[in-house]
Design a protein around this ligand. Structure first.
Ligand code: SAH
Length: 218
């Protein structure tokens, strides 16, 4: 069961979480502010009320996880989100990452391949606060050609390779933040699409995500 009550105690725990994430090296104040504002415990079963503000990933059902706050902050910082940026997210999961981006002023299009996780978010009252957040049930390898091009793409599952369709759906100068690797550990990459020629690539730290899987799951 989930409860949607945000108390002073929760806010205090959130402030501590922001301090932890800041000490680990996150400097983008807009990312930290979004984490401070968002009641992460709303995204999890109420039994895990306090754990919601520890800096760790947590199961959300269907074998999936809500990413660790530090990981969410790290990817959000690499995105360099500007207000009204049109962002495509692959791997909605709990919708926490999507809400962080929406809280930062982005227009977020998020895709989830698992029907049950997609359906849960239809009954999640907090999401009504973010009209700029749109949910899709589908395969992230395909992206959303109808809504392309995007300023930014964020992949929140371990990609075995860089999906070519996602690169195609970036605007020239657009960026994609994506953990790539097939083993336990993936490398965080940032691609920048050029007006012409191949995308440039920057390499960042190692992370561990659940796998990005092809096709929809009913
Ligand atoms: N962004 C999420 C973290 C989700 S974990 C959050 O903030 O909670 C990764 C998610 O990616 C899982 O829900 C998984 O089902 C989904 N996923 C994996 N492969 C996918 C694909 N090809 N297309 C869309 N979603 C995918």
């Amino acid at each position: 069961m989930r409860t949607f009550e945000d108390t002073y105690r929760h806010k205090g725990l959130r402030r501590q979480l922001v301090d932890v994430v800041r000490k680990k090296g996150i400097t983008d104040e807009r990312v930290l502010e979004a984490i401070l504002q968002l009641p992460r415990h709303f995204f999890m079963d109420s039994a895990f009320d306090k754990i919601a503000y520890e800096d760790r990933a947590f199961p959300i059902g269907e074998g999936q996880t809500i990413s660790q706050p530090y990981t969410v902050a790290y990817q959000s910082q690499l995105m360099e989100v500007k207000p009204f940026d049109k962002v495509l997210e692959i791997g909605t999961g709990s919708a926490y990452q999507a809400c962080v981006l929406a809280e930062m002023g982005a227009q977020v299009y998020t895709i989830e391949r698992q029907k049950k996780l997609f359906d849960i978010n239809k009954q999640f009252p907090l999401l009504r606060k973010y009209p700029a957040l749109k949910f899709f049930y589908g395969d992230g390898f395909e992206g959303l050609p109808t809504y392309a091009p995007f300023d930014k793409v964020i992949v929140t599952a371990a990609a075995p390779f860089i999906p070519p369709r996602l690169v195609e759906q970036l605007k020239p100068g657009g960026r994609m933040v994506i953990p790539v690797g097939e083993g336990q550990v993936q490398r965080m990459l940032r691609l920048t699409r050029q007006a012409e020629g191949p995308a440039t690539q920057e390499i960042f730290d190692n992370f561990s995500f659940v796998p990005m899987i092809e096709g929809k799951h009913s």
